[in-house]
Write a protein that binds this ligand. Sequence first.
Ligand code: ATP
Ligand code: MG
Ligand code: MG
Length: 406
Amino acid sequence: CQATTQDDAVSLRNDESPVHGLTEVVVGVLGGGQLGRMICQAASQMAIKVMVLDPQENCPASSLSYDHMVGSFDDSTTVEEFAKRCGVLTVEIEHVDVDTLEKLEKQGVDCQPKASTVRIIQDKYQQKVHFSQHGIPLPEFMKIDDHEGAKKVGELFGYPLMIKSRRLAYDGRGNFVVKSEEELPSAVDALGGFGRGLYAEKWAPFVKELAVIVARGRDNSISCYPVVETIHRDNICHIVKAPANVKWKTRELATEVAFNAVNSLEGAGVFAVELFLTKDGQILLNEVAPRPHNSGHHTIESCYTSQYEQHLRAVVGLPLGDPSLKTPAAIMYNILGEEEGDIGFQLAHQLIKRALTIPGATVHWYDKPEMRKQRKMGHITIVGPSLSNIESNLAVVVEGKRLDDK
Ligand code: ATP
Ligand code: MG
Ligand code: MG
């Protein structure tokens, strides 16, 4: 039997045996949280085998993965062992053992995005240095090593002043807003002291926070998702609105900054670029994540290709999909733990039950074994004809009342 069409020819490898399905590459994901879980969901549709490495036996991705290796993604021997079982390594969290990833890369292991990218991003100060060297607009920032240095930065940048941990930060844990010089010592203590590695950022007086998911293929093709607005509560992502209700020019600028930021990094996958929009229309970069992101959950229901499918396509070297919206508007609402334990589960269940009565709403539950205050337990995406229509539906879910029953 001979390959007669170009498609047939493309699906034949060097050894002339056909690829079964989309790819036979086993994707190894460092981390098995909700992002890993949603990667596994997208993979299942395409029959792509995803293995996860996570220390928690019942982590959100465990039951949906092809295989789950129980172990730390921050431990050298474990990561090396895991790598042997995968065709390509990727991440759903940036706080991984990057020294080992670099070592593995030198031995020929395929890491997407590249270990150098994860290294830059996992140190938020280093990340800022990198982006400023690439001409990306940022709030001013400076490393602080002692109280004298912190005071000097306070004088330079003014108050409020944002102090951040360089490493292991997420959901605002690692940030401290300092209102005056007197508060500096307690802020430094609360963040674990100068030894932990701190830096200061000038306060960004933003009018909105925006985000752009950017995908980069193995052939270096870059594709940007529509700009969204993210609304944070207590530093934690709370609501995402797609598309962002901003001027066309702002969308263009946000997309350009996001494109340039990702273009300065190496490797394939999806990246999330968090941005500030200032009163005078400037776009400043807050931070980049080298993986799928909370601001892209909505893409599962609202875009032709979800960020999770896109990430898989990118890391295994398939063509990127269409990132555009297939619905006029979408809102994503994070289900955050309101109380510890059973009361928290009960409150979340009530919210979910209301969401199930809403047309266009989809509920995602991450199946985390423990309920904790402010923990991301699930999310709800509502799609609809306009943002205002969805906003009133969301009010029904959140406040439990119909607009007409005041
Ligand atoms: P994530 O969960 O997104 O990784 P994180 O812990 O890394 O969060 P940041 O993204 O640095 O934290 O900051 C969290 C939030 O704090 C931002 O989304 C924004 O609302 C606010 N913030 C951060 N930096 C500044 C700044 N320089 N000026 C004003 N607000 C800021
Ligand atoms: Mg972060
Ligand atoms: Mg952030």
